[in-house]
Design a protein around this ligand. Structure first.
Ligand code: PEP
Ligand code: MG
Length: 578
């Protein structure tokens, strides 16, 4: 039995067999096998090589009229893939070291590549990159099959990975994927956000956990306390089964609040909205008692496709969501691509600092045709219900004016084509950069609402990557600098008499609710599985107490003191949540 502590990102307890997945990289972590699995691993190795040869031969056929340089590259790849002694060396590694085919392949290729890289002759040393390409080609055969298996699960599993992309996480079937662990990531990385939306217990930032776990090991994921246990003993399993039972009962109890209003004990009405990534989640928002959708992350429409979605595909997704919400508000956020959310076609174009790069509204303003396609679909869908549009990652007034101008152009086009849309559709922005927060007073004159995106606001204010586990202890929205910016934005929105909500992950964290209420926030948008618990907190507090908490916190200078003060205050209100 081995216990590891990471960051709890999605609540709940699960116990199941592990399914270990690797990324399509040549650096596969060490994985041991039982002696009885040797034959199967060697069979997998041979099949991966022969499938890679088939794939390469087909590629050669399609590129047969290209230049001689391309032909040379293909020839090098073919020579390696047909090299019997290479396959034998890898098979020997599997046999003697008792490791998986993936590990044996990646390790052997890495050794060969390092011999090339050590050569003084530049031409030879640069061939190391080719060796890695060949390794990737073979590994893709094995890992691609694994992805297919994940798509066709027949029994419950816990996914164990080094790193997960948001789209990998979104493709998990909730019926069978009972828990998620990843070595990398932070509380607000998008894979974590998706796990929370799906209601799958998850723990991230587990260092080398994925290398400790073998396929089919028994694993416990405690998404409440951020603990994972591999091969637990009988006593631990029993304790966790009881804990799971208690936790699930609390969930059932909270679900009974569905029809009750989110109102404080002294009568302040609060609006609770859901964050979604896919139209199908609208139903969960309603089931959990949400008053609408406060953040629809539309870029997910792009992430699992190799081609750009058409206007009709956009329209279909939006109209399905809007109709499901039956006239309740739906805030559609325009594409927030880039950083950790790449389209399939842009997956390999890496920027040096992707979170500071061509991301979000910046990407849209440089890809106007793509942006207009989405805007047309949103405008067409705007007549189907209560729709608002929201631009992400605004950093200055000029960017906002440009986005609004393009929206205007699209409106004119639709008018000319006699296509119906809501001319008065509210336009808002996400406030998620320090520059937008500090100029909120002037941006407020141009929009109908603000939504504070604390996930990015925290990252950009503190200069801490939100998805990097190495700096996760430095990432905290309770930092006085971030809280002061939030207060500024709330005050400026109130002065300008525009709507304000908060849609970052803190809106689903019980500790933050009293503080945010005390700071003047009245609308929260959060992962819908968390709505009942947050409603329970709201129904248990008075605004008088919340105001006191906010006053006290805003006079404090240390993140550590603030965090412990918030935790104690919330623990008094809802002890079961902690
Ligand atoms: C945020 O940044 O707080 C936010 C809600 O947007 P996202 O998490 O999608 O970046
Ligand atoms: Mg954001």
């Amino acid at each position: 039995m081995e216990i590891k502590k990471g960051i709890a990102v999605s609540p709940g307890i699960s116990i199941a067999k592990s399914m270990v997945i690797d990324s399509e990289d040549y650096r596969i972590p060490y994985r041991a096998i039982e002696p009885g699995q040797r034959t199967n691993e060697i069979r997998r190795l041979r099949k991966a090589f022969s499938d890679a040869i088939d794939e390469l031969t087909q590629l050669e056929e399609t590129h047969k009229n290209k230049g001689s340089q391309i032909k040379d590259i293909f020839a090098v790849h073919q020579r390696f893939l047909h090299d019997r002694s290479l396959q034998k060396k890898i098979a020997d590694t599997i046999r003697t070291e008792l490791v998986t085919a993936e590990y044996a392949i990646s390790n052997t290729f890495r050794e060969i590549a390092s011999h090339f890289a050590d050569e003084k002759d530049a031409y030879i040393s640069e061939r190391a990159a080719d060796i890695y390409d060949i390794a990737r080609r073979v590994l893709k055969q094995l890992l691609g099959k694994k992805r297919e298996e994940i798509g066709q699960l027949k029994e419950e599993v816990i996914i164990v990975a080094r790193e997960l992309s948001p789209i990998q996480t979104a493709s998990f079937d909730k019926k069978f994927v009972k828990g998620i662990t990843s070595d990398a990531g932070g509380r607000t990385s998008h894979a974590a956000i998706v796990a929370r939306s799906l209601g799958i217990p998850a723990v991230v930032a587990l260092e080398d956990f994925s290398t400790i776990v073998n396929e089919d090991d028994s694993v416990i994921v405690d998404g409440n306390r951020g603990i994972v246990i591999v091969n637990p003993d009988e006593k631990t399993i029993r304790e966790y089964q009881e804990y799971r039972e208690d936790f699930n009962q609390l969930g059932h109890k909270l679900n009974t609040l569905r029809e009750k209003p989110a109102v404080t004990r002294d009568g302040a009405n609060i609006t609770l909205l859901g964050n979604i990534e896919f139209p199908g989640e609208a139903q969960t928002v309603l089931e959990k008692g949400g008053d609408g959708i406060g953040l629809y992350r539309t870029e997910f429409l792009y992430l699992n496709k190799t081609t750009e979605p058409t206007e009709e595909e956009h329209y279909e997704a939006y109209s399905q969501t809007i109709k499901a919400m039956q006239n309740k508000p739906v805030v559609i956020r325009t594409l927030d691509l880039g950083a950790d959310k790449y389209t399939q076609s842009k997956r390999f174009v890496r920027e040096p600092n992707p979170f500071l790069g061509l991301r979000s509204i910046r990407f849209c303003l440089q890809n106007i045709m793509m942006f207009k396609t989405q805007l047309r679909a949103i405008l067409r869908a705007s007549v189907l219900g209560n729709v608002k549009i929201m631009f992400p990652l605004i950093t200055n007034q000029q960017e906002l004016m440009q986005a609004k101008m393009i929206l205007h152009d699209v409106m004119e086009d639709l008018s000319e084509e006699h296509i119906d849309y809501n001319r008065n559709m509210p336009v808002g922005i996400m406030v998620e950069t320090p520059s937008a927060a500090l100029t909120a007073f002037s941006l407020a004159k141009e929009v109908s609402f603000f939504s504070i995106g604390t996930n990015d606001l925290t990252q950009y204010t503190l200069a801490v990557d939100r998805s990097n586990e190495l700096v996760s202890t430095l990432y905290s929205t309770a930092d006085p600098a971030v809280l002061r910016l939030i207060r500024t934005v709330v005050q400026d929105a109130h002065k300008a008499q525009i709507d304000l909500s908060i849609c970052g992950e803190v809106a689903s964290e019980p500790e933050y609710i009293m503080l945010l209420l005390g700071m003047g926030v009245r609308t929260f948008s959060l992962a819908s599985p968390m709505i009942p618990e947050i409603k329970q907190i709201i129904r248990s507090v008075t605004m008088t107490d919340c105001n006191k908490v906010a006053r006290k916190i805003l006079s404090m200078n240390s993140e550590r003191h603030i965090t412990s003060y918030l935790r104690n205050a919330a623990r008094k209100i809802l002890p079961e949540a902690f």
